[in-house]
Design a protein around this ligand. Sequence first.
Ligand SMILES: [Ca+2]
Ligand SMILES: [Ca+2]
Length: 340
Amino acid sequence: MCSMFTNVRFWKQTRSFRARIKAISILNSMNAQRLLLAAAVLAAMSVLSHSASISGTILYEGVQAGPVHVLAAQTLPGNKALQLDGNAFVTVSSLTNLSGAELTIQYWFKGNSVQSAVRQQNAGYLVAGWNKLHILSNDGGTAGISAGNAITDGNWHQVVMSWKQGTKGGFASYLDGKLVDQRDSSDTPIPDIQAPVYFGSFNGAGEFAEGLLDEIAIWRKSLTAEEIKSGWNKRLTGQEAGLLGYWSFDDGTPNDLSTNAYNGELGGNAVIVDAGVPGLGAGLGEVELPQPGAFTITGLPSGPGYSLLAFRDSNTNSVADAGEPARPGRDGNDANIARR
Ligand SMILES: [Ca+2]
Ligand SMILES: [Ca+2]
């Protein structure tokens, strides 16, 4: 039985330099008696000329313990992403050699099957996002490291696999800027696999991903934890040092926006669609409360399009996991939130 917050409604009015969000809880009469997590958010967003804050209160009536995380994310218009229906992929025919002592692969994903998110395979292989793992044929094979349990919860997540040869903690995985798995890396470099890179498929033939992929970047270097923590929700320009390729799909194509021009080609039922990604290139803030109660998230860029997420971090790993009470729920359906 999933714990859940009660229904929350948001109203928003914007008046030049002043905006206001109010939210109130509405107890669902059917669930009121066994409600485990109740959110009563009375939030006021005061917008100054450059920054804003959102505050409110989280209430909880359940049995699970642990800190409460509250996240505010802004969704900006105009973003496009790659849509994969289970029989779709992108082929990057010109990018066949990722070999070397360092590699980072990152992307945003929303969906429930992350098979072959970014994959290259021939005699050797590397897959960033395979059965919720990152796997490298030169380092542990299919044992891999975790890509994060929440990766397939139906919400947007930023995913990073970072690898550096023969290094303590050199094989690392991040979800939404936070380290989720790490171990010492092998002393065998990434091989020259001599096969195209695919997004969403094993060589265009199987093990398809299902969901939305966006903001894919491949680096010929190992991004550090600090770089990932500070930059995970920023947009790239394509000009960054060490960048091998960058596919944002925002121009409606699978073209590489880096100087290398490793342009992709849509395959199967792949299409590029409009997709709002909370936090991508936009305002984002988080607070951790030792227990339910009042919160304030400060330092947010002013503007419209903010939504709130709260979860009780029962296992204290700072990420939302299955079974942890959350509001809104994790099926991607936020129909309980009405905005106007
Ligand atoms: Ca995009
Ligand atoms: Ca957790």
